[in-house]
Design a protein around this ligand. Structure first.
Ligand code: JB3
Length: 198
């Protein structure tokens, strides 16, 4: 299989794939100056045939993952660290990665090309839509809904039953106690909207 994107996020996914005994053919990056990562060869978009490759998009930007997922002819696979704890009812879709120390509880649904980053906690009955990034140590209580493309910052806390819209940004350490509309940028405790991304 291949990883698309060859920087810091790819390093973490490589570790997950190695622990799962996946054979990594190469990485592919848009930047022709990147030649290798962690001992793996890095190929480049301009001269690489993506057709039917088993792949993960190892790029932290939610918008870039969406753009590439929609046009690359790959078969996207899931990467789950063996030291994460997912209830058997948790549903995870293609292209999503789940890092070390993550806990996801019963009846939560995780969409496509999502990043559930290191040691984050997602409780029961949550819905995490496509292209979301849950950053390290974030905590989502029960029945939280996170819309497409939204980033939940490191260490943020989201109270139970909260709905966060699409392409929003919740700042690091924010505490979200009210529903958040699409595109809102939220900081602080209690979380306040300071601007909109669109
Ligand atoms: O917060 C944590 C724990 N991790 C962050 C991660 C989620 O996001 C990390 O700290 C970084 O902030 C970020 O990691 P990422 O995405 O590895 O960061 P960056 O250094 O920006 O690397 C993105 C890579 O994707 C670069 O090497 C780009 O050249 C490459 N890239 C961008 N667009 C692309 C494309 N590669 C390919 N093949 N095709 C593209 O269209």
């Amino acid at each position: 299989m291949i990883l698309i994107g060859a920087s810091g996020h790819a390093k973490v996914i490589l570790d997950i794939l190695e622990r799962n005994n996946r054979k990594i053919k190469c990485l592919v990056d848009a930047n022709p100056n990147i030649k290798q990562l962690c001992g793996y060869k890095v190929e480049h978009d301009a001269d690489f045939d993506f057709t039917n490759q088993q792949a993960i998009l190892s790029i932290g930007s939610n918008a870039i993952r969406k753009k590439l997922a929609e046009h690359l002819p790959c078969n996207f696979v899931i990467g789950i660290h063996p030291q994460s704890v997912l209830d058997s009812t948790v549903n995870v879709k293609e292209g999503t990665v789940i890092m070390a120390g993550v806990v996801i509880n019963r009846d939560t649904q995780v969409g496509k090309h999502v990043i559930i980053n290191t040691s984050s906690s997602i409780d029961h009955d949550c819905v995490i839509e496509d292209y979301v990034h849950i950053s390290p140590n974030a905590t989502l209580c029960g029945t939280v809904h996170v819309g497409e493309g939204t980033q939940i910052g490191a260490g943020a806390v989201v109270s139970p039953n909260i709905k966060i819209g699409k392409w929003a940004v919740i700042g690091a350490g924010a505490v979200v106690i009210r529903d958040i509309p699409d595109f809102a940028v939220v900081v602080g405790s209690p979380g306040k909207i300071i601007k909109y991304t669109n």
